[in-house]
Write a protein that binds this ligand. Structure first.
Ligand code: TNX
Length: 531
């Protein structure tokens, strides 16, 4: 990998040396409106960062702006709380006329840099854009020199997410923080953590200590044959949530139910329809086990889990899984059948709906609403659900189903944005269930699948998934994520009118140079090296 990256870096440096001299903005995701004007502003040691007195809650963001200028231009500017648009310098002010909470306006002219937003989040995104405008060292431009320009920006979708899977391979908290740093720079605002699966339970639950004592450990791991373990304490997760908030990222915890639960049953086998000795799975693939929908202990179990999870993660959405649950087990289970009779349910698909309703009633008590992987066969979803479209087969049929069921939807279609899939022929992982998803294929992702604007507002955003069966550490996660997540960032933030594959390709070199400088792993895309 390191070798490949070095070769590619040399290729890029050459390409850049030829085209340098002038500022190249190359902002990803592409902003709503960009106008570049003649002239440039050069930051000086005498400049001051002025923070509007009615925007004082934005102090943490302004400190990040100050640090950015230290990092990029090597100048440490003081912050002054004063409205002063007359003096040359950096001016941060509140503009309540900016309608979108995530929107901002960035102007650079002879009087300096002007950043305005109605809300701290918009200011944060303005700062991320400014960060990309600074020249990269090899551009041959003084690092403190910025082009005159005027940018007005706001996102296409409110929900822009990536998913990591520490259940299949544990990822240390510090590594997840690094991952958040990079995604936030590209204006992603949610990180979905898949915390539980057949291969491991990764979150401390005080009421059920065996979940981590037994469920977080497995004997050996497919691929390397080594034992594998790890979990997050509640304190560590609280710290992660607080860290993510400084980057305007919300963490969405996922407790996958009622399937994908071997790590639970290894610890508490009585929660199964047919209790026996279970083991945490050591191989990829879905187990046939479900937690029993006919036992009151199962609902009590989830009540405790939800109450503890809710106290760690303050956001409203909680992911409760719901994917790939083979229902034949409930069909054979006397407790499940009894529950069905008592509630006049005829099919196991209705029992699934009943199960989610009961879970949802618990969620409501904790001010949470459910997020679920969408499965067509589930008879009904709670009305307040948001579902994720992910399955490869018949995406347009599923999209219409979701629409007609009146649910909100996040698009994570496995044909474009499954980042655990290989990026080119011959890449790992080599499996029989994965297609190749090249950078171009991710770029071609249409989150609304052609639905006209009047009909598509149930689609609230996008998510790229980095499933972890073959992702043993964060370096590999970065390699699988980038640059495809740059393509998805444009699908989530930029309008269709403003984005094109041609233009996107031309912007990548500046970002790759930054990745190389910052030690962020990525896969050099074949599409570029072929040119
Ligand atoms: C399907 S996507 C799964 C995951 C696997 C993934 C591998 C989804 C909701 N379920 O459990 O990790 O495929 O690509």
């Amino acid at each position: 990998n390191i070798f490949k990256i070095t070769v590619f870096a040399i290729f890029l440096l050459n390409a850049f040396a030829l085209s340098a001299q002038e500022h190249s903005l190359k902002i990803i995701p592409e902003p709503l409106q960009v106008q570049v004007n003649n002239g440039s502003f050069t930051l000086k040691k005498e400049n001051v960062i002025y923070l509007d007195t009615n925007f004082l809650e934005a102090q943490p963001e302004v400190k990040q702006l100050q640090q950015l200028i230290v990092n990029k231009a090597k100048i440490d500017l003081p912050i002054v709380n004063r409205d002063s648009n007359k003096k040359v310098g950096i001016h941060v002010f509140r503009d309540p006329k900016i309608k979108n909470k995530e929107g901002y306006v960035l102007d650079i002219d002879a009087r300096g840099i002007h950043l305005s937003a109605a809300h701290r989040t918009g200011l944060f995104y303005g700062i991320q854009t400014l960060a990309q405008i600074f020249p990269v060292p090899i551009e041959n431009i003084p690092l403190e020199k910025l082009p005159f320009l005027s940018i007005t920006d706001s996102p296409r979708f409110p929900y822009r997410s990536l998913m990591l899977d520490p259940a299949r391979h544990f990822l240390p908290i510090e590594d997840i923080k690094k991952y958040i740093d990079v995604m936030a720079a590209y204006k992603y605002n949610h990180l979905h953590l898949h915390l539980t699966d057949d291969q491991g339970w990764r979150i401390e639950i005080k009421e059920y200590p065996l979940l981590t004592e037994i469920g977080s450990k497995r004997k050996e791991t497919d691929g390397d044959g080594q034992p594998h373990s790890g979990f997050y304490t509640q304190e560590e997760l609280e710290d992660l949530v607080a860290y993510a908030r400084t980057k305007h990222v919300e963490i969405i915890p996922e407790i996958d139910m009622p399937g994908h639960g071997l790590s639970i049953l290894a610890a508490y086998p009585n929660l199964a329809c047919f209790p026996r000795k279970f083991e945490v799975s050591t191989v990829p693939g879905v187990s046939k086990e479900l937690l029993c929908a006919g036992k009151k202990e199962v609902y009590e179990f989830y009540e405790h889990i939800i109450s503890e999870v809710a106290s760690i993660f303050p956001n409203t959405k909680m992911h409760i899984g719901g994917d790939e649950a083979p229902l034949d087990q409930w069909e054979k289970c006397p407790n499940c059948q009894k529950t069905m009779q008592e509630n006049s349910l005829e099919k196991e698909e209705e029992l699934m709906a009943y199960f989610f309703d009961r879970i949802n009633n618990i969620l409501i008590n904790y001010d949470k609403e459910p997020l679920l992987w969408y499965e067509s066969n589930v008879e009904n979803y709670p009305k307040n659900s948001t579902v994720i479209l992910w399955r490869y087969e018949e995406p347009d049929v599923k999209l219409r189903e979701i629409q007609s069921r009146g649910l909100k939807m996040i698009n994570s279609y496995g044909g474009n944005v499954y980042f655990d899939y290989p990026q080119w022929e011959g890449d790992i992982p080599k499996t029989n269930w994965m297609n190749i998803i090249s950078l171009e294929k991710t770029y071609a992702f249409d989150p609304v699948r052609g639905l006209p604007e009047e009909e598509n507002n149930f689609i609230i955003g996008v998510e790229g998934c980095v499933w972890g069966e073959y992702v043993p550490n964060i370096d590999r996660a970065f390699y699988m994520t980038y640059p495809r997540a740059l393509a998805l960032a444009e699908a989530g933030w930029s309008t269709d009118k403003n984005r094109s594959w041609e233009n996107f390709q031309k912007k990548l070199d500046k970002h790759f140079i930054r990745f190389i400088n910052e030690g962020i792993n990525f896969r050099p895309p074949n599409e570029l090296s072929k040119k």
